[in-house]
Design a protein around this ligand. Structure first.
Ligand SMILES: Cc1cc2nc3c(=O)[nH]c(=O)nc-3n(C[C@H](O)[C@H](O)[C@H](O)COP(=O)(O)OP(=O)(O)OC[C@H]3O[C@@H](n4cnc5c(N)ncnc54)[C@H](O)[C@@H]3O)c2cc1C
Length: 387
């Protein structure tokens, strides 16, 4: 018997995927406009879709065909919109300290490191340089008493886990970032910082001799039976196997009803800094800071990559949007918060404006959602925190 499932919604994230915008334009991959057959169809071309494509290409015979269908351009969805921290340590946003239980944390670290190793193999094989995949570590930083308390408890937790870190005082933080905003930080070496859109582009390019990619080809209907049929607006694919890698849009196909929380988060990216501004700022050319308070502000500074310019990215603000769409108002509020966060950290760059602003659907399983109670009590209303 065949089951027909129509997609109720297609993905829509607000604003441009800035990491992709600042790269050289590419002609990309074709739309699916003729009926084809495949052994494997992966729906969704974000990190999960590309990882599945890579793993399948290692596991199945050369004679088995692998197709990736992406609703938009590659790197336009959340995978091309995030802050680019590939974190090895526990990063449980559900907790005040990012930490979970001891055994869960150890398992999480093993998993995270396996994923980073897997991504690192892709980086090496597909020729990504340090601007795209940089195993440089990250700092969890505090700018308030509350943040300092978080740092202390994070430090205790790292001691229990036997993980290495390096404490940075106020002067170290200034030397590294150019900003006098931070009181202290904990450097942990295992995080990899990626340019997320470039990572996706290189990964797809590297896989493209084995995997067929189709962009602007949303799956609008699934027919699940002995063999399956996936319909896009212009054509269809008959497939033996389907892997759904659509993140929260799995709900658009009727799976996990009422179990996912669509938490959008937002970011702004400056225009390219000029030579004078780079000097005024000082500090290192590339760095990433996570807030000690999990609901605070993430900041990245990135040096120019193929002419993209030196820029600063600020991420904060979270809203619950069960409709899977963020509003103009959400974007406005985020923009105002991010301008304030930027001004507080970089008063020496007061002439530098934001060039790109965007948001994206983060998605949490209800049971693992950060600050679940406050989200539920404010259901449907923006939840705003900043540090
Ligand atoms: C502003 C921001 C900052 C973030 N920062 C970080 C960070 O620093 N570190 C971190 O680990 N995570 C971060 N995240 C979260 C991270 O981006 C997501 O966890 C990640 O993108 C999930 O990858 P994915 O491949 O599962 O899903 P996605 O990246 O969402 O990819 C799913 C893909 O499926 C496609 N799709 C959906 N429906 C269909 C359909 N019907 N047909 C075809 N294709 C479809 C979408 O277009 C999309 O490209 C951040 C997110 C945001 C928004």
């Amino acid at each position: 018997m065949t089951k027909i499932i129509k997609a109720k919604k297609l993905p829509k994230d607000p604003g441009p995927a800035a990491w992709n915008e600042i790269l050289e334009p590419v002609s990309g991959y074709p739309e699916l406009n003729e009926n084809i057959q495949a052994d494997w169809v992966i729906v969704g071309g974000g990190f999960a879709g590309l990882a599945a494509a890579r793993r399948l290409s290692q596991l199945v015979g050369e004679d088995e065909t692998i197709v990736v269908l992406e609703a938009r351009r590659l790197a336009s969805g959340p995978a091309g919109r995030n802050s680019g921290f590939m974190i090895d340590l526990p990063h449980d946003l559900n907790s005040e300290t990012y930490a979970g239980t001891h055994s869960a944390d150890l398992q999480q670290i093993r998993l995270n490191r396996a994923a980073i190793k897997f991504a690192g193999e892709m980086a090496t094989e597909y020729g990504m340089d340090k601007h795209v995949f940089d195993p440089c570590g990250k700092v969890t930083a505090a700018a308030s008493e509350k943040g300092m308390a978080h740092i202390q408890s994070y430090q205790n937790h790292l001691d229990v886990l036997g993980e290495k870190y390096d404490f940075k005082n106020t002067a170290d933080m200034k030397d590294w970032t150019g900003s006098e905003f931070y009181q202290a930080g904990l450097f942990t070496p295992g995080t990899v910082m990626i340019q997320p859109a470039a990572f996706i582009r290189y990964a797809a390019q590297g896989l493209s001799n084995r995997v067929s990619f189709y962009e602007n080809s949303p799956v609008v209907q699934l027919e699940v039976g002995e063999t399956h049929t996936l319909k896009t607006p212009k054509a269809k694919i008959t497939a033996k196997n389907i892997i759904m890698a659509v993140n929260g849009h799995i709900q658009s196909f009727g799976f996990f009803p009422r179990q996912l929380l669509h938490v959008f988060t937002y970011a702004s990216m400056t225009r390219a800094l000029n030579e004078r501004e780079i000097k005024q700022l000082g500090g290192a050319s590339d760095w990433g800071i996570l807030p000690a308070d999990p609901m605070g502000t993430t900041v990245r500074r990135c040096s120019s990559f193929n002419g993209s310019g030196d820029r600063i990215v600020i991420r904060n603000h979270a809203t619950l949007n069960q409709s899977m769409e963020a509003s103009e108002n959400n974007m406005k509020k985020a923009a105002a918060l991010q301008d304030r966060s930027f001004a507080a950290r970089f008063p020496m760059l007061n002439e530098v404006a934001m060039e790109h602003r965007w948001g994206g659907d983060y998605v949490f399983l209800g049971i693992q959602c950060p600050h679940l109670e406050s989200l539920i009590s404010e259901f449907g209303r923006p939840v705003v925190r900043m540090a």
